[in-house]
Design a binder for this molecule. Sequence first.
Ligand code: KG4
Ligand code: ZN
Length: 359
Amino acid sequence: MESLYELRKQDGKDRLVLAIESSCDETSVAIVRNGREQLSCATATQTDIHALYGGVVPEIASRAHTEAICGLTEKALKDANLTLESIDAIGVTNTPGLIGALLTGVCFAKGLAYATKKPLIAIDHIKGHTAANYLCFPELEPPFTALVVSGGHTSLFAVDSYTSYRVIGSTRDDAAGEVFDKVARVLGLPYPGGAAMDKLASEGDPKALKLTVSHIEGSKYDFSFSGLKTAVINKVHQMEQKGEELDHKTKCDIAASMTATLVKTITSRLEAYFEEFPEIKGRPIVLAGGVAANSHLRKALKETTEKYGAVLYQPPLSLCGDNAAMIASQGFYEPILESESALKLNAYATARINPLKKS
Ligand code: KG4
Ligand code: ZN
């Protein structure tokens, strides 16, 4: 099965992907030309609904996707001044994510592809996050090292080609975004708390709390964040039990200390990778995912990559969070599914990227 990228290499013709993203709490539909040029991106966020519960409620997410998806598809076409006829393929995120939410997008995309007789493309959400960088850095192409840091994932990948990813290291428990959101919750910040934590951390003292960078026996590159999350939550609960006030300064210090430790955990894995494989210094480092918006992480990664002489790509904040433009971009490079295999397409809640084979 060929990709639109390969087809374009053969005939030089432009290819348009209309992609659908519904893996978590953002419904998004976008149209991208040749994997690189965003023509439209219509997104509806559900954060206000889930904020009432302090986190994403899967059943509510699925229903909200169903309500939004048709209107967003019409809007994406209208904003790009296009009709469905001019689209070359329908792309859809089919893994990883909330299964009900993913299925909403997959079923809609299958129906759309069937009705319009267009091929379908299945896209991995994590690869999609990385592809956000293709939309703003025309010169970027594999091979490179990708660091995907989001609400559901924290992983370091060797990206050998547009479609071939191998996991170098991954979180053993919580994702970085999960830590930001849970700590934000105990500090009384609304969901999702990542951006608010970022601001608080800028005003606080990163050394105020003694927190440790986790190490995992037998794995230099894997991450673990649940210990950090629990340590910070326990600290806040202890303060409450003692009747100590959680004033603005204390919140800032907690955010700054937690952020510094989390960022150090991430940069330490990257440093270990640079030390063990000096040859990767010549490859770009590509940051992606919702937590890629964190100003402290961005600054620290810039310092680390400069130290090792590697080029760093960081997407603009507008492309860090979930959106369908990044999915459409990745879709350009993925194999197209013709009618029979398209109708069999399923959704998968857990990631399907293979681990790096240890020699
Ligand atoms: O990639 P994303 O939109 O969804 C997933 O695929 O998981 O990531 C969402 C996560 C949330 O946990 C949110 O709090 C976090 O990204 N986030 C941030 C910042 N902006 C969003 N975390 C830290 N600092 C930020 N500035
Ligand atoms: Zn995401």
